[in-house]
Design a binder for this molecule. Structure first.
Ligand code: G6Q
Length: 550
């Protein structure tokens, strides 16, 4: 297949890039008072401002032509209709079916999956309600007060992020804990907070074979049996979320306590499935349904809105513009909301595991950069840590700033004050990154009276900023289940569009496998009495060192 880099739209973008690469955004704003009007989109209560980007009136249409030339509309159809677009695993990619509230059937191998989805949602509803209202009792007749989700990657990050973001909606008497790392510290610290009489463990694993999750789950089971000494009590304190009924039964969890999902739900796209059981228990099924409803609204927007007004599309092509034409290969996610502090890690997985690939759908090397390095931290904390590099570093880092207009919290008499300070920081950072500060301006600030400040003169260069650093601003009414659902789905579709343009399969993750394979060879070596010699000298010596110190 001919690469997209040979297409007419790519060539036009290359020419356009040469013309505008040096243009400064501050001149674009000065010369066009309507710039904000042209470069923002409203969606429900959310405002997406992309006017602080290095784009002119010509850029977005050219970028959208590229998406058209990559057949984005046809691919979008394939995604939503359940075609097996994850071709290396022969799977459909149907996280959108999990939140499909229309009556439309969705077929996988001729089977309508919607009744299955509905059945599992009903089971989640019954179960989560019984835990929340206390009718589900532990072995000694007490209500559940702690839920421990044991999972990793896609079976952890989504639920952990959502429960943290929406803590204000959480059940006041239930604490959610997330255990993911096989480092014994994680499960040990979790168990220190648990009372076996009032704890429910949710073992969340699509395959139910993941080493970290199963090791943690067996340790939790051992801890529980040590304290309780009654195998029958397991049924009241362990449930599973999985596609692997046999392994769940072998672990000792009854199929009645298993919440199913399907191979067409990718791990990093699974929080909408029964992997969200911890969300449903902590926030309640009504709120879980609102989360699904928000995502469905974004799905409909993505499906039905013309490309020019289509938020995931615009964000995706802006990313392609920076990565493939400017060579800006990282992307920072900067939520001005402490609840969203796990969003950067969540999106790191969603994006980097989806698009961090060098082989295309045609089985050939992709001859351009693909997924960016995604990272970030909540504001204002990041401002006191890494923003220095974003402002004056040699790499230019496109950023997503986001913030709710209303806070979920009242802080004494100063609620408004906190939120105003937060917002003033948010908006000032985006302006500073765009505008920069010339040496002339710095001189004027430092020496307003034109006095001779001698040695201070050399500081002028240090205090100046080139600016022209792009950011998207996302403002939404408040952080609630619906807006969060919209936001996550927006990013999912953005990632999908980029994968289509780069012609990669965004839905497999073979890169994760190789390290796991080697770990299986290392583990027996750690138990052997002889010195290890089968690997390279570095690996052998690291292993032998570990063994010596045991
Ligand atoms: C996500 C990945 C990966 C996966 C974990 C957990 O897309 O596939 O992060 O979610 O490896 O897998 P299990 O759910 O099978 O334990």
């Amino acid at each position: 297949m001919t690469s997209i880099t040979q297409s007419a739209s790519w060539k036009k973008l290359e020419d356009h890039y040469k013309k505008i690469q040096k243009i400064h955004m501050k001149d674009l704003f000065e010369n066009d008072p309507d710039r904000f009007d042209k470069f923002h989109i409203n969606f429900d209560t959310t405002l997406i401002d992309f006017s602080k980007h290095r784009v002119t009136d010509e850029t977005i249409p050219l970028l959208l032509n590229l998406a058209r030339e990559a057949n984005i509309e046809a691919w979008r159809e394939k995604l939503f209709s359940g075609e097996k677009i994850n071709f290396t695993e022969q799977r459909a990619v149907l996280h959108t079916a999990l939140r499909n509230s229309s009556n439309q059937a969705i077929l996988v191998d001729g089977h309508d999956v919607m009744p299955d989805v509905k059945n599992v949602l009903d089971k989640m509803q019954r179960f989560s309600e019984s835990v929340r209202n206390g009718s589900w009792k532990g072995f000694s007749g007490k209500k559940i007060q702690t839920i421990v989700n044991i999972g990793i990657g896609g079976s952890d990050l989504g639920p952990a992020m959502v429960c943290k973001a929406l803590k204000a909606f959480g059940h006041p008497d239930i604490d959610p804990i997330f255990v993911s790392n096989v480092d014994g510290a994680d499960i040990s610290q979790a168990l220190e907070q648990c009372d076996p009489e009032t704890t429910l463990f949710i073992v969340a694993s699509k395959t139910f074979t993941t080493q970290e999750t199963m090791t943690n789950a067996f340790s939790a089971r051992e801890w529980f049996l040590d304290k309780v000494n009654d195998e029958k009590a397991i049924a009241l304190h362990f449930v599973a979320v999985s596609t692997n009924a046999k392994a769940v039964t072998d672990f000792g969890i009854s199929p009645d306590n298993m919440f199913e999902f399907w191979d067409w739900v990718g791990g990093r796209y699974s929080l909408w499935s029964s992997i969200g059981l911890s969300i449903a228990i902590y926030l309640g099924m009504d709120n879980f349904n609102k989360l699904l409803a928000g995502a469905y609204e974004m799905d409909q927007h993505f499906l039905n809105t013309p490309l020019e007004e289509n938020i995931p599309l615009i964000l995706a092509v802006l990313g392609v513009w920076y990565i493939n034409f400017f060579g800006f290969n990282t992307h920072a996610v900067l939520p001005y909301d402490q609840g969203l502090s796990l969003l950067p890690s969540y999106l790191q997985q969603a994006d980097m595991e989806s698009n961090g690939k060098f082989i295309g759908r045609d089985d050939e090397y992709v001859c351009m950069h693909t997924g960016p390095i995604v990272w970030g931290e909540s504001g204002t904390n990041g401002q006191h840590a890494f923003y220095q590099l974003i402002h004056q570093g040699q790499d230019i880092i496109p950023t997503d700033f986001m913030m709710p207009l209303k806070s979920q919290y009242k802080v004494g008499s100063k609620q408004d004050e906190h939120h105003k300070i937060l917002f003033s920081n948010f908006v000032s950072q985006t302006r500073a990154l765009m505008l920069g500060k010339t040496e002339g301006q710095v001189r004027g600030e430092m020496f307003p009276t034109n006095e001779d400040y001698g040695d201070l003169e050399h500081l002028i260069k240090h205090k100046s900023f080139e600016g022209n650093r792009p950011s998207t601003s996302i403002l939404f009414e408040e952080l609630n289940p619906k807006t969060l659902g919209q936001l996550i789905a927006m990013y999912e579709h953005k990632i999908f569009v980029q994968g289509v343009i780069w012609n990669i399969n965004s839905f497999d993750q073979w890169g994760v496998e190789y390290g796991k394979q080697i770990a299986k060879l290392v583990l027996p070596e750690l138990n052997a009495s002889h010195a290890t010699t089968i690997f390279d000298s570095s690996t052998n010596n690291l292993i032998n060192n570990f063994k010596k110190n045991k």
